[in-house]
Every structure is written in C-alpha cells, then in structure tokens.
Design a protein. Sequence first.
Length: 132
Amino acid sequence: ITKQAIAEFDQDLDIITSAPDDRARLRLLLEWMLPLKDSDQVRERGRVMLVGYNDSDLHVNVFFVAMERKMRALLRKGLEPFYSGDDLDAAVENLRVWTNGVVLSTAEHPGRWTRKRIRAALDHQLRLMSLD
C-alpha cells in the first residue's frame, strides 16, 4: 500500500514540476499537501485515524515513516531555491509541521476549515517566510 500511495503521489507531482517558476512550484506543492478538496479531507481523516494503530501489527508505522520521508524530501526540493544549510533544514521542519497541523485541524473540524480559510492560512505562512 505504501509503495502504491507514493507512486500515485509521484504521478500527481508531475503537474507541479510544470509550474513556471520556483515560487509557483512551491505553492502548488503546498496546496497539493493540504486537504483542499472534499476527497482530500476524507483521505486525510482516514490517515489521521490510522495513527492510533501505529504500534499495532498492521505495519502502519512503515507507511508513516515512508510518507514522512517523501514529504520532507519534496519540501526540501521545493525550498532549495530559497534556503540553504541550517535555514533550509529549519524551513523544511517549519512547513512540515505547519502542513501536518492544518491537516489535523481539518480532520478535527472539517466544517471550520474551508478551502478559503486553508488558502488564506497558506498565503499568510508564505508571507511570514518571505515566499509570497
């Protein structure tokens, strides 16, 4: 399942690489990581529910470790044009924690986290990082 999920993600990411510049590619990546569609919200709620089985015999942890590596690698690639060294590491950490927080908040309160609110939060986060 993990390999299939990552392969599907790779197909989705082909669209992102066609963006006209580094800022547009980063924004598309971040939008892709956020639950902006109803189907994304359902998928992410399911993923959040799996956290409770992380220590089970279902090997859920393998999925989470693989996905974490993949998401961080994508963020690193998207942020490399803007940061280097320790600043790059910190920016990857910041955006990974931020995207996870939005995903969790959306899973917890789906009615409160509209597409408009998620996009406004993303705009603000990018402004804070001087990436707008």
